[in-house]
Design a protein around this ligand. Structure first.
Ligand code: PFF
Length: 528
């Protein structure tokens, strides 16, 4: 299919009123702050462990170059090319069907934001716990399955005891308040926050890595993580895990990066920006992996179970066994989680609020309110402390059960399906060569025709195969959560995925068919 030229009115110059980064550094800090989050510290290490260390990191490394950096170039350049956030940018470039896709991923991003902030609320509660008795005193939990006396500190028991109290509801509200505060004046306030938080999280991670590596035997964990292991290479689950993790870690597939890039000048070098942000993100991830794996091996800890268990049970348990300054390191670790997650949550909310503002022409405050109201309700639902599983055979509380089941569907499908559709639209409808030409005009390096092949064929095929096998596993393996004990709410495993699908599709249809606000500064083709 021959590539047609870009729509004549597609390109933009930066619109200062809409918002603009003060400097390239501000943008890089914000975008890397979005990328570096819970995904890097918690999910990477638990995925790497689950899929066998060295067997995971090779597919992950390949995923970075084949999928990660190219899709980031696409998402960044959509923002600078149009000066708009994701759904509106897609509408301008590929027409109405693009806008449907854009709103579908944007509404999925709101679901992810809800539970991401709940997890941050728990991290904040654990931070308070670290100041108190989390790492030093025996814990008591209100679960019959856990009444065994525990002699020393027990992070698992502490965590379940904590989530079964109303305190995390307060912590969730506090995290939402901080997120909105950082977003209130747009790029100006985001830039201020990331200038402090992003360097701080690197510093804290370096402290933890030094601690991990200087523990006797710490290096064995690093060897486990980095010794290539070819056994897993043929296992489709390893590749699926690596690709989903790569998308989540780089904040791709949901339009977040397009919202951030829309505040850059049109001539920003997006190849350079994509490489910088991706390398910063993956560099941080490897450092986090080293810190965590050294600890796992020294204390012979096994992070089996959910991805959350690593940060909430396993690492604190390791820290409780440190030879000295236990509370200090505990506080360090949870503070790190909170600030790394906060800069990601900020980008998630911006990724939803910016399109509402662009499309409906409403004020920033109004757009943030539209996101915040359902967002807070959702986050509070995931923090509901009611015990529905007193023997703790599954997730214990109603909130954690909701979160676990929703995460299964949203994490596995929304980012990858978003990326898949985005590549098809950009590759075939806009024309990958057109986008490449725009990118090359402003970049020191040039992308060759191989970029078109990646966007049109390689990435959609890879993602298509991965999505197919994931779906197959879900369809043949029994409904996720079916086997859980959820006293009184046995219908949740059926209702949650249906609710997510119906809500996101309905939102997408509704918003796509709303008229585009006239004062949107860039002319949008009436019907592309
Ligand atoms: N990249 C973030 C992390 O690793 O925790 C999570 C994230 C943020 C995912 C923003 C998606 C997104 F749009």
């Amino acid at each position: 299919m021959a590539d047609t030229p870009l729509p004549p009115d597609a390109s933009s110059t930066v619109d200062a009123e809409r918002g603009a980064w003060k400097s390239k550094l501000g943008f890089i800090l914000a975008a890397s702050g979005s990328a570096i989050g819970l995904g890097n510290i918690v999910f990477f290490a638990s995925n790497a462990y689950q899929y066998g260390g060295g067997a995971f990191y090779l597919p992950y490394f390949i995923a970075l170059f084949v999928l990660g950096i190219p899709v980031m170039i696409v998402e960044f350049s959509l923002g600078t090319l149009t000066g708009q956030s994701f759904p509106v940018a897609l509408r301008k470039l590929v027409g109405k069907r693009g806008e449907y896709v854009g709103w579908w991923t944007t509404s999925s991003a709101l679901f992810i934001t809800m539970y991401y902030i709940t997890i941050l609320g728990w991290a904040l509660s654990m931070l308070f716990g670290a100041f108190g008795g989390l790492l030093t005193d025996p814990a008591v939990a209100p679960f019959t399955g856990m009444t065994e006396p525990t002699a020393g500190p027990n992070a698992t028991v502490y965590f379940f005891g904590m989530i079964a109290t109303p305190w995390p509801l307060l912590a969730v509200v506090a995290i939402w308040a901080m997120t909105i505060l950082i977003l209130w004046r747009g790029t100006a306030t985001i830039e201020k926050a990331v200038r402090v938080f992003v360097p701080l999280m690197w510093l804290f991670m370096i402290v933890l890595i030094v601690r991990g590596l200087t523990l006797p035997g710490g290096i064995d964990g690093v060897l486990y993580l980095f010794t290539p292991n070819l056994d897993g290479i043929l296992d489709v689950n390893v590749w699926q895990g690596a690709f989903a993790q790569m998308f989540f870690s780089l904040s791709l597939g949901l339009g977040t990066m397009t919202a951030y890039a829309s505040y850059l000048p049109k001539d920003a070098d997006q190849i350079n920006n994509s490489m910088l942000v991706s390398f910063l993100n993956c560099g941080f991830e490897y450092i986090a992996g080293v810190a965590i794996f050294s600890m796992l091996f020294v204390f012979a800890l096994n992070p089996a179970g959910t991805t959350l268990s690593l940060s909430f049970f396993v690492i604190p348990q390791g820290i409780a066994n440190f030879p000295f300054w236990v509370k200090g390191f505990g506080v360090f670790f949870f503070f790190l989680l909170v600030i790394a997650g906060l800069t990601s949550a900020v980008s998630l909310v911006e990724g939803v609020a910016a399109p509402l503002k662009d499309k409906l022409g409403i004020s920033r405050a109004k757009a943030l309110t539209f996101v915040m109201v359902p967002g807070i309700i959702g986050s509070l639902a995931f923090a509901l402390p009611f015990v529905v599983d007193p023997d703790l055979t599954g997730d214990g509380t109603l909130g954690l059960t909701l979160l676990d089941i929703l995460d299964h569907w949203v994490f596995r499908y929304s980012l990858l399906v978003g990326g898949f559709m985005e590549c098809l639209l950009i590759g075939w409808v806009l024309g990958a060569a057109n986008l490449r030409q725009f990118v090359n005009e402003h970049s020191k390096f040039s992308l060759g025709p191989w970029f078109d092949v990646l966007i049109k064929f390689v990435i959609p095929i890879i993602l298509g195969v991965v999505i197919f096998f994931t779906l197959l596993a879900d369809l043949t393996g029994g409904l996720y959560g079916e086997a859980y004990t959820i006293n009184g709410f046995e219908w949740l495993p059926v209702v949650i995925p249906i609710f997510w699908i119906v809500a996101t599709i309905a939102t997408s249809i509704f918003l796509t068919n709303r008229p585009m606000h006239e004062s949107t500064p860039h002319n949008v083709p009436a019907e592309a």
